[in-house]
Ligand binder design. Structure first.
Ligand code: ATR
Length: 464
């Protein structure tokens, strides 16, 4: 069930947020500590204004809230509101207002912003024995700690509980709450709680298809660092939805590949995409490698079958499809700009199609290594001014993208106007390089399809 934590400072503003999100959420959490003082008198009537069950929470500063007064006044507020229609009271460990209303359920909460609480299992077992629901939220500071979180929760699978791992490594626990037996997942629409890892309810539902996730749902994902900017979860989950598959595709921020590989077995992850900086390192964990992975030494797709890891590389798939639609690559003279990970896949794919490739790179040594491995020529990027006879020019570097968008790494090339020019950068779509190519009369192809088609190829491998 999705809880929407209300973080506005007035009931009126919170009601607007509820209205906007009503189709996504199952419960509300009203945070008294975030409300203006003048709103407190309205708390008695709040549950009657909304159609959903409400959790009343009055969080102290040391537990991550904004209330800094005494426990006596806090207890008084809960005692006064116990017959006002709230379904749950969230009370921290050691806080015991006199609650007599047996229709109220107590959520006994523990927050630790540094680490896992020492007595976590005791907390969960004790609350269960008192008929309360334990809520334990703690920060995980590495992927290893996240792995420990998942294994602890598996041990506690028979107990009723609300659990979540806070912080950037813990995001998957918000999406997979039902898989780990957590009664609720908390969401909000305010950046105030984003640092804790809150996901907005519409993202949980529209992107991750949260309502359809159950204990049986197959888990897929993507690993990288950074990872949360990736468009892959949107692409994969919308495909899963369109095919009506019982699966979810989750982003995992990883700082330790070995811990992730353990999680694959532990959560029975069926397949995962791999992005920077793990494409090379993941190869040593594979039980089987495609011809491309074998040659390139980098893998962006892993399928798991019978506990074995099968590695593929779909990076250059869209690129080659797009070019093949407009030109037969056999014996075409192709200039590849760059000699990094992307160039690695692209040069391999071009050679397989029979193209004659010359690699141009800022650092000559890197161009030499890639050229020797693929049997092609190489040149320093600064020498490109001496060439004008390529059929195809492919830009594979990060220059031209994001904060480097003002850079054109091919600025000295003298276009004949007959070239086909391709830039793998898709943000912005019209890079400085491609704009110049258009002005010269060359044909241009944009990089956005490459992302989509490499994902389409991954769908096939994952057999969604
Ligand atoms: P990716 O995996 O995205 O290809 P990478 O492996 O880090 O990333 O490779 C980046 C490529 O972009 C390299 O070819 C790099 O050139 P060097 O080998 O000289 O480092 C190239 N590159 C990065 N910034 C560049 C710039 N400002 N001008 C030209 N080339 C650049």
């Amino acid at each position: 069930m999705i809880v929407l934590t209300l973080t506005e400072n007035s009931i009126k503003k919170n009601l607007k947020v509820i209205e906007k999100n009503i189709s996504y959420i199952d419960l509300l959490e009203l945070r008294v500590d975030l409300l203006k003082k003048s709103e407190i008198k309205k708390l008695d009537s709040f549950p009657k204004l909304v159609d959903l069950p409400v959790i009343l929470t009055y969080r102290k500063v040391e537990d991550g809230g904004e209330f800094s007064g005494s426990d006596i006044s806090r207890a008084k507020l809960f005692e006064e509101l116990q017959y006002s229609g709230y379904k749950y009271f969230d009370l921290e460990a050691g806080f015991y207002p006199r609650i007599k209303n047996s229709d109220l359920t107590i959520i006994r909460s523990t927050h630790n912003f540094l680490q896992k609480p020492d007595n976590l299992e005791d907390i969960i077992i004790k609350a269960n024995s008192c008929g309360e629901i334990p809520k334990v939220a703690y920060s995980v500071n590495s992927f290893g700690e996240l792995l420990d979180f998942y294994s602890t929760m598996k041990r506690l699978s028979d107990y009723k509980k609300i659990v979540l791992a806070m912080g950037e490594f813990g995001l998957s626990t918000r999406i997979l709450s039902k898989k780990i037996g957590s009664e609720f997942t908390y969401s909000s629409c305010n950046s105030k709680l984003k640092s804790l890892g809150h996901i907005e309810p519409n993202i949980l539902c529209d992107v991750y298809n949260y309502k359809n996730i159950s204990k049986r749902t197959s888990i897929y994902g993507i690993i990288g660092n950074p990872i949360y900017h990736s468009k892959s979860p949107e692409l994969h989950n919308s495909f899963i939805k369109s095919k009506n598959r019982d699966a979810v595709y989750v982003p995992f921020l990883v700082d330790d590949l070995q811990s992730f590989i353990k999680l694959v077995e532990f959560l029975d992850i069926k397949g995962f995409s791999v992005t920077v900086p793990f494409k090379k390192d993941v190869v040593s964990y594979l039980d089987w490698k495609s011809e491309g992975v074998e040659h390139i030494g980098a893998c962006n797709t892993v399928k798991v079958h019978n506990k074995k890891l099968f590695g593929y590389n779909t990076d250059a798939f869209g690129f080659i499809n797009q070019l093949n639609e407009v030109v037969n690559l056999k014996d075409k003279k192709v200039a590849v700009i760059g000699a990094g990970g992307a160039a690695n896949s692209i040069v391999f794919a071009l050679k397989r199609e029979g193209a004659i490739v010359t690699i141009f790179n800022r650092t000559l040594e890197n161009a030499k290594v890639l050229a020797n491995r693929n049997g092609c020529k190489f040149e320093s990027l600064s020498n490109i001014r001496n060439f004008n006879n390529f059929d195809i020019v492919v830009q594979t570097t990060v220059a031209g993208m994001g904060r480097l968008k003002k850079i054109n790494p091919v600025k000295d090339y003298k276009f004949s106007g007959k070239e086909i020019c391709y830039d793998i950068v898709y943000s912005p779509l019209k890079t400085k390089f491609l704009k110049k190519a258009v002005r010269s009369g060359a044909k241009v192809l944009y990089g956005d399809r490459m992302l989509k088609e490499q994902a389409l190829e991954q769908f096939k491998i994952f057999e969604y």
